[in-house]
Design a protein around this ligand. Structure first.
Ligand code: AMP
Ligand code: GLY
Length: 424
């Protein structure tokens, strides 16, 4: 069969790497791909958000399965557009994608169906939002309603910080229409984890619990990034906690959606805060996580194509996925300056040496090939994933491989996975 994968990052490279292992796959196309993806797939010069061009391509080439990586095309309705034309697509539709593209929609759904989340209220102006924050007491959290590439969440410790955030949203309109409404919510204390599962709209098939490392600096300091590394399974999510998330959050969310006649087919990602009162939802993403995918899919022993087909045909209950019992760690190598300004076009060295090591996989994010050289081409450049019997072993194995790779200004956190070791 022929597959089309939409997106350019480490997540998409991992999805393609896994799909390519299926004996069913004859050819993979990527829109638009990167320097690593181009080694396994044919890269197309089509933007991931150009839904019309993507569906014309899928139609003309007789693509048997399209897999959508990032949120932007999902929020634009790529799932509905493909399905309307009879094109098989692994993607929730626009209405389902609102779980991620509208925080107001997600919070109201959780309130209606008693799904555990932070207490909240919704506002369309600074004055009332500020009054509410003061009444509830600081710290408080302000979130713009729409998609904001991870930059629309403000944890405010005092009135001044809240005023600054609200100013950016309502006066400077930094987020455009995405900031027409805000959710103001209670600050939750605890450790964060990502619970990601496949669903066909009726049943769910969970993947191992993982943990992202969002901040740029070690010990979780500095600004948030797309994610600087991940571990799976994370020891901070015990079996009991996992079952609680599945029964009190994951299943009720799918039921809530079907109650509203919203069919959810694809992957649902639930960002959880493990609070003293139990797990609560921080956010939903309607897609695989990045870099969580880089630690989850290398642990999947089953055929990803079969799981995706079962999702599309509504037969997920017939699938039993096999998972590797080892631990996986991913360390992201980023360009100097990221998540702020950074330079591109630096030559990357040592990749082949790293890849020669046992149980090491290097997934590309911001890379490109030019005249036989591999160059940096983004903020997050590579994700190095290592497997081992224990989390400690996975950390050692991965950092050994990271040492082999270099490019000018290469930055990575040296403490990925440590939190999981010290806490349990
Ligand atoms: P979100 O995109 O909603 O997951 O928010 C991004 C990040 O902001 C989360 O990963 C948390 O680190 C932090 N955050 C969001 N909501 C809260 C909350 N209610 N309490 C504490 N931290 C939060
Ligand atoms: N790792 C966070 C995300 O994919 O949104």
């Amino acid at each position: 069969m022929k597959c089309l994968v939409i997106g350019n990052g480490g997540r998409e490279h991992t999805i393609i790497w896994k799909l390519a292992q299926s004996p069913r796959i004859k050819k993979i196309y990527a829109a638009a791909g990167n320097g690593g993806i181009s080694e396994v797939a044919e890269c197309l010069d089509i933007s991931p958000t150009d839904i019309e061009a993507l569906s014309s391509f899928a139609k003309s080439q007789g693509i048997d399965l399209t897999v959508v990586g990032p949120e932007a095309p999902l929020a634009k309705g790529i799932g509905d557009c493909f399905r309307k034309q009879g094109l098989p697509v692994f993607a929730p539709g626009r209405q389902a994608a609102k779980l991620e593209s509208s925080k107001v929609f997600a919070k109201e759904l959780m309130r209606e169906f008693a799904i555990p989340t932070a207490e909240f209220s919704i506002f369309t102006n600074s004055r009332e939002a500020l009054l509410y924050l003061e009444k509830k007491g600081f710290p408080g959290v302000i979130k713009v309603d729409g998609l904001a590439a991870g930059k629309g969440v403000f944890v405010c410790h005092n009135r001044k910080e809240a005023e600054e955030a609200l100013n950016k949203i309502f006066t400077e309109k930094l987020f455009g229409e995405a900031g027409n409404r805000v959710v103001v919510e209670q600050y939750l204390k605890g450790e964060e984890a990502s619970i990601i599962f496949f669903t066909d709209g009726k049943d769910i098939l969970p993947m191992p619990a993982s943990q992202d490392h969002k901040q740029i600096g070690e010990k979780d300091t500095g600004p948030n990034t797309g994610g600087m590394g991940a571990i799976a399974p994370t020891p901070i999510v015990t079996e009991k906690l996992f079952a609680e998330v599945i029964n009190r959050i994951a299943k009720p969310t799918i039921l809530a959606l079907s109650h509203k006649d919203i069919l959810y087919q694809g992957v649902l990602y639930i960002g959880i805060m493990l609070t003293e009162e139990g797990p609560k939802v921080l956010e939903f993403n309607v897609r695989f996580g990045d870099p969580e995918t880089q630690v989850i899919l290398p642990l999947l022993k089953s055929d990803l194509v079969e799981i995706m087909e079962a999702v599309l045909s509504g037969n997920l209950n017939k699938i039993k996925a096999n998972w590797d019992s080892r631990a996986a760690l991913c360390v992201v190598l980023a360009s100097a300056g990221y998540p702020g300004k950074y330079e591109k076009g630096k030559t990357i060295f040592g990749l082949r040496e790293a890849e020669k090591l046992r149980d090491i996989f290097v997934f590309h994010a911001g890379t490109k090939r030019e005249k036989g050289k591999l160059l940096t081409n983004g903020g997050r450049v590579l994700g190095v994933t290592g497997l081992a019997k224990t989390p400690k072993g996975a950390i050692e194995n991965t950092y050994e491989a990271v040492k082999k790779i270099s490019f000018e200004g290469c930055y990575f956190r040296r403490d990925i996975g440590q939190k999981a070791l010290t806490q349990h």
